[in-house]
Design a protein around this ligand. Structure first.
Ligand code: T3D
Length: 299
């Protein structure tokens, strides 16, 4: 890996090209979206079929407080329902993706001191994690700078991860005597294997972008100066794709990761029945035979 200024650099340029014959399809015509945008700690913007959700508490590297967590839950759940949204990007404002739970709220322990108070609080994070995994469209985490603690694990819950080469993934929990939460034990072991998951969780050392790509923690690492363009290119490409097939692909891949061959192939049949019924499938076959690029409508 080439070095610049003493730090590893990424190779860059990711996912720019469309795989279909004849090049990219035009932007989809989408109905007016109904997403609320007046959040206190989120910036929510829609561009075509891409909804960009930016966690916005840069003075604390986008640490989660209760308001930001509940706003994120609302925005992600609303995106799932909104047909005009065909791809979601989750990112952070300023120099970081997120620094985990706001530690000001943990000083002195969780206030009630009651047994189970922490696990009750964690259910609020779990709701976001489930909403991301069950979203019937792709969710991308776009990570620049630090992604620590539960912010790191929310990035791992997303379907795809693009990182800038300044990214720093830190399973920071053990640094403050905690265990990985927000699905960290689940996502980490599946992405990097048990041995590496133990190392990252126990030592809580940071993993930089290029190394994160090498060990499979992210799909792609790009130079910081290309990060925004590469994120947009990936998101717009997915937003112009066969959205219903993507939802079925999520179901197939996530279920198959937990099941045997027989179960997976039974599910594949059920999902393929559904995929065959979509307009996007039927139109794409016609487009192929007519030697023109398909135009996916997301239905
Ligand atoms: O019940 C429950 O909720 C349990 C759930 C727990 C989930 C968790 O996420 S536990 C893990 C919590 N997160 C951490 O332990 C990370 C704490 N932060 C750090 O270790 C470092 O800040 C970083 C490695 C993330 C970044 O380091 P660096 O040097 O790039 O930045 P910095 O200078 O440390 O931080 C910049 C500012 O952000 C600083 O404030 P200041 O001095 O400029 O006024 C710092 O205090 C603030 N900040 C960073 N992380 C947090 C934070 N403030 C509150 N909470 C944070 N998590």
């Amino acid at each position: 890996m080439p070095q610049q200024g003493g730090r590893k650099r990424c190779r860059g340029r990711a996912w720019q090209e469309m795989p279909q014959q004849g090049g990219a399809s035009p932007a989809p015509t989408t109905k007016e979206h109904s997403m609320r945008t007046d959040f206190q700690h989120l910036i929510v913007k829609q561009d075509g079929g891409v909804l960009m959700i930016t966690m916005n508490r840069p003075e604390v590297l986008n640490a989660f407080n209760d308001i930001m967590l509940s706003e994120l839950t609302e925005a992600v759940e609303a995106a799932a329902q909104d047909e005009a949204v065909r791809c979601v990007v989750l990112t952070g404002a300023g120099r970081a993706f997120g620094s985990g739970q706001d530690l000001h709220s943990l000083a002195g322990g969780r206030s009630s001191g009651a047994i189970g108070a922490v696990s009750e609080h964690l259910k609020k994070y779990h709701r976001v994690v489930y909403a991301i995994r069950e979203m019937p469209k792709p969710v991308i985490a776009a990570v620049r700078g630090v992604a620590a603690g539960i912010s790191c694990n929310i990035a791992l819950a997303c379907d795809l991860r693009i990182a800038a080469d300044d990214a720093r993934f830190i399973e920071a929990f053990a640094r403050i005597g905690l265990v990985p939460d927000g699905g960290g034990g689940y996502f980490l072991t599946r992405l990097v294997g048990v041995g590496k998951a133990l190392e990252l969780s126990m030592l809580a050392d940071e993993v930089r972008g290029p190394e994160a790509e090498r060990i499979g923690l992210v799909n792609k690492c790009v130079p910081l100066e290309e990060f925004e363009d590469a994120t947009q290119a990936l998101a717009q490409r997915l937003a112009k794709g066969p959205t219903r097939a993507y939802a079925l692909i999520k179901k197939l891949i996530y279920t198959s990761a937990e099941s045997d061959l027989q179960t997976s192939m039974r599910l594949e049949g059920e999902l393929q029945d559904m995929a065959f019924e979509t307009e996007d499938h039927q139109n794409a076959v016609v487009a192929f035979l007519q030697k023109r690029p398909p135009e996916y409508k997301g239905r």
